[in-house]
Unconditional design. Structure first.
Length: 53
């Protein structure tokens, strides 16, 4: 394998790793948003229960 081909493959691998890293961060952010929305929903339901008593 020549040097240019190795550099090309290396660049593709780095791009792949970068893309996967971004996807992992995106998934973690979405998970946090879902957890926060669920927490707010539970708090809202609890508040409504207290107000309806």
């Amino acid at each position: 394998m020549n040097s240019t081909r190795i550099k090309s493959i290396n660049g593709v691998l780095k791009a792949e790793i970068g893309a996967r890293t971004m996807l992992i961060k995106l998934v973690k952010n979405v998970e946090k948003q879902i957890e926060n929305e669920a927490k707010h929903q539970r708090e809202s339901e609890y508040r409504n229960q207290l107000l309806s008593v």
